[in-house]
Design a protein around this ligand. Structure first.
Ligand code: ATP
Ligand code: MG
Length: 385
């Protein structure tokens, strides 16, 4: 029988859930939280006039982002249909709650201090050592709402800027988390999934590259099994603690052979888009399977795969599609600078082939729109050959 899923949020993640759910006979609709209308995730024509109708007509409700208004989450929770639970979504949307969760599970993370006043700010600088990164506790994404303090002489100016930001903010309960800057070797993430009965499956670790605070490239390839185990243990601990249902992503800083948690995302994640072509079952399907209480699909790596985000552009050369094992995924969004508009997945039978294809891709794409890609591809290719 067809199960009906309502996704809170009508962006690309809801769209890709819809695309993955259709073959399983899952009917995925999306709540556009700005208009409060339930829409088709692809077209996006209106289906119901408000959330209440969307809830009544859904079997299962989930979210594509963690910054959903709490009254919406509470209304969905009361129906008994919301997976994961609102607690997990709220924790993912508040860096203070996230830190508390990590502490409660004894999970290694960057040293931090909560800041609500100038006094706290001075204490944070004393307690941590420079450089320090300050992040808004709520509503941060794609590196927005962050300040980096590198030299003591800049402290006053940064505090002024942060104070102005907080004063102008209309967000209730906004605050700042000061965090020790971690001299990481690289950033990696783990996407995993947990079913209601506690079954857990995790994908291979993904290596992530950011440009100007936005994820630009993710690569999934066979990785050091010790790191994979370490990350898997963290996933199990956190997802068990939350009694989590669905896909969850954990972002890590790797320092030597240690992993520090940066943040968690209680949803399908950009660093898991490669699974559409590189894994046995993609993250979107596995999220739907978990929330609909179906057996989880295999998360095994089928072949090394990289994902390249298309940011702020609504066209790319058609020749991209002539490269072997390339798939293009557009989100049908209006063009805006810095906006995630789509992504490109590219795979190879082995890492050298993947690196060569990534280099072919970098040669075709406009360097202005993909500023670091050529450099990344060159280094990756050097490492393989
Ligand atoms: P996104 O939405 O892309 O996940 P975000 O806005 O939620 O990002 P973070 O992931 O916390 O914010 O930070 C964005 C990036 O800033 C990180 O991927 C990392 O490159 C850098 N960064 C954040 N915190 C630290 C830290 N403590 N030490 C070093 N770098 C950091
Ligand atoms: Mg992040």
């Amino acid at each position: 029988m067809m199960k009906k899923v309502l996704v809170l949020g009508a962006g690309q993640l809801a769209r890709m859930m819809q695309l993955a759910g259709t073959p399983l006979n899952l009917d995925v609709k999306a709540l556009d939280v700005s208009s409060n209308k339930v829409v088709h995730p692809i077209t996006p024509e209106q289906i119901y006039g408000d959330l209440a109708a969307g809830i009544i007509n859904a079997d299962v409700i989930t979210a594509e982002f963690e910054h959903v208004a709490h009254d919406i989450l509470d209304e969905c929770e009361q129906s008994g249909k919301l997976f994961p639970k609102s607690e997990a979504i709220k924790i993912g949307g508040d860096r203070r709650l996230e830190k508390a969760l990590l502490e409660s599970c004894n999970t290694a993370n960057a040293k931090y201090y909560f800041v609500n006043s100038k006094e706290d700010f001075d204490k944070a600088i004393n307690y941590l050592s420079l450089p320090i990164i300050f992040k808004t506790a709520l509503e941060g994404y794609d590196g927005k709402g962050q300040w980096r303090l590198k030299v003591a002489a800049d402290a006053e100016a940064i505090w002024q800027d942060m104070a102005d930001f907080l004063n102008a903010s209309t967000t209730v309960n906004q605050g700042i988390v000061a965090e020790q800057m971690v001299p990481f070797d690289r950033e990696i993430s783990l996407v995993g999934v947990r079913r209601i009965n506690g079954d857990v499956a995790v994908y291979p670790l993904t290596e992530n590259h950011h440009t100007n605070g936005i994820l630009t490239v993710s690569v999934a390839a066979p990785i050091n099994t010790k790191l994979q185990e370490q990350a898997g243990t963290v996933f199990k601990a956190l997802s068990d603690k939350l009694n989590y249902v669905g896909v969850m992503a954990i972002e890590f800083f790797q320092v030597g052979d240690q992993l520090l948690v940066n943040e968690i995302a209680p949803r399908v994640h950009n660093s898991g888009h490669w699974t559409q072509q590189g894994a046995d079952t993609c993250q979107f399907e596995n999220h739907l399977r978990a929330i609909c209480d179906l057996p989880l699909g295999s998360t095994a790596l089928v072949r090394p795969t990289a994902m390249v985000n298309i940011i702020g552009e609504d066209t790319i050369p058609d020749e991209v599609l002539a490269i072997a094992s390339v798939s293009v995924h557009w989100y049908n969004k209006g063009k805006r600078a810095g906006r995630k508009m789509g992504h490109i997945n590219v795979s190879g039978e082995h890492e050298l082939q993947l690196a060569q294809r990534l280099q072919n891709l970098a040669d075709i794409l406009c360097p202005k729109a993909f500023p670091d890609l050529n450099d990344f591809a060159k280094k990756y290719l050097d490492k393989q050959s």
